[in-house]
Design a protein around this ligand. Structure first.
Ligand code: C5P
Length: 399
């Protein structure tokens, strides 16, 4: 029997004949120890009744955002859950989730949920293979959702092919495996540097860069969600991450980041250096605001310490170092050269040539080079999904 003890699971059932399998799924989830909140779309109620599900789950079932009994708070539901499972997910429901349409309770909960989302599609073979359904699935994956693949075989229409809802036992196993992975970083302490640095020119001005800190913060949050501990040394970013297992050290300049990172590294198994550190700083920061005088102003800049290279020097055999390279040209050659020179174990390359990758945007496209010469290529994804790829490649498969 799969273990889901104490897990809070929202099961969203949409209007497919496969909805009858969601009845058995509810039973299996409850047997595995989960608390199950069932949501039905109005179309699903034509196939199975709310009474069947409420009896099995021992909880009222919701079919509407608003009903005679009042407003079913979809935001609260979304925050309550450890996972949202949409099974069966019809072509119509996939399209709604992929495009942010929220005209029913499942779609409304989906948009407000912070928990992982699993979709288990079910539909006829031609609907499944239709390019728009496939594009919606790809989009949902790119948003960081999980797909429970369809099965092949006889379909309700009498046709044969792909489109069968995964078996309830398989869905339960997939969820249990997911929650097992959630604690796979337990006992690991990871140092992350993230965000830009500000190098003071005078009390008012600084030299900075366009880094938002989003990639490093996504990594920190994903590691904590998988049971790891993180020391996040964060430059001046608008983000204010907070979660159990996360210690945030706020810094401003490269030198402050250097001091904080070097102090934290000896207690950590791995350092992931996602910060965009200024290579140079003004030789002196003026004590008072510099007055506007001549037509030109020359600033003398001096080199900042390279945090990655310093950690590479100090690295012990049990420690691992992951750097980033943001390149505008000849990305691969530069990335490999930095990997060697800074004694990194991995380097994550993103190029500004890929649209949707790089600073301030919510997506990224990366290639990871290992010191073992292995190369891992990834598609354009949300920074949350990229964070999972980086963790799986550099922290999990490498152990
Ligand atoms: O040399 P470059 O700045 O391109 O190297 C990028 C990698 O080195 C990133 O992982 C970045 O966080 C790190 N780095 C650093 N300290 C610096 C410059 C870069 O840790 N002063």
């Amino acid at each position: 029997m799969q273990q889901l003890t104490g897990k809070k699971i929202i099961l969203g059932v949409s209007g497919s004949i496969a909805a009858y399998k969601a009845v058995l799924l509810t039973r299996l989830l409850v047997q595995a120890g989960a608390e199950v909140q069932v949501l039905l779309t109005p179309a699903a109620t034509h196939f199975v009744t709310p009474l069947t599900f409420s009896t099995l789950s021992k909880r009222p079932v919701f079919t509407e955002v608003t009903s005679d009994e009042g407003w079913n708070n979809h935001v609260e539901l979304g925050l309550w859950a450890d996972a949202l499972v949409v099974a069966p997910a019809t072509a119509n429901t996939l399209a709604k989730l992929a495009n942010g349409i929220c005209d029913n309770i499942i779609a409304a909960v989906y948009l407000s949920a912070r928990c992982p989302v699993f979709v288990a599609p079910a539909m006829d073979v031609d609907m499944w293979h239709h390019p728009s359904t496939q594009a919606n699935v790809q989009r949902l994956l790119a948003y960081g959702n999980h797909l429970i693949p369809v099965g092949e075989g006889e379909l309700a229409s009498g046709l044969h092919g792909a489109g069968r809802l995964a078996e309830p036992e398989h869905i339960t196993t997939a969820l249990a495996a997911y929650f097992d992975r959630q604690s796979d970083l337990k006992g690991q302490k990871i140092l992350i540097t993230a965000g830009p640095t500000y190098e003071a020119i005078d009390p008012v001005r600084f030299l900075g860069n366009r880094s938002s800190g989003k990639m490093g913060v996504a990594l920190a949050e994903a590691i904590c969600a998988r049971g790891g501990e993180v020391v996040l040394v964060l430059g001046p970013s608008a983000l204010r991450p907070q979660m159990p297992g996360l210690e945030v050290v706020r810094v401003e300049s490269a030198q402050e980041m250097y001091t904080a990172a070097l102090a934290a590294f000896p207690q950590c198994h791995t350092a992931i250096l996602a910060a965009a550190v200024a290579d140079y700083r003004p030789a002196t920061a003026a004590a008072e605001k510099i007055k506007k005088k001549g037509d030109t102003l020359t600033l003398e800049l001096v080199k900042n310490p390279d945090i990655a290279a310093a950690l590479g020097q100090q690295k012990q055999p049990h420690q691992r170092l992951v750097g980033f390279a943001l390149e505008t040209h000849e990305g691969e050659a530069h990335a490999r050269e930095k990997l060697r020179r800074k004694h990194l174990d991995f380097i994550v390359l993103n190029t500004l040539q890929d649209s949707g990758a790089g600073f301030a945007v919510d997506t990224n496209k990366v290639t990871i080079f290992g010191a073992d010469n292995k190369v891992h290529y990834f598609e354009l994804k949300s920074k949350q999904a990229v964070a999972q790829d980086i963790i799986n490649t550099t922290l999990v498969s490498a152990t």
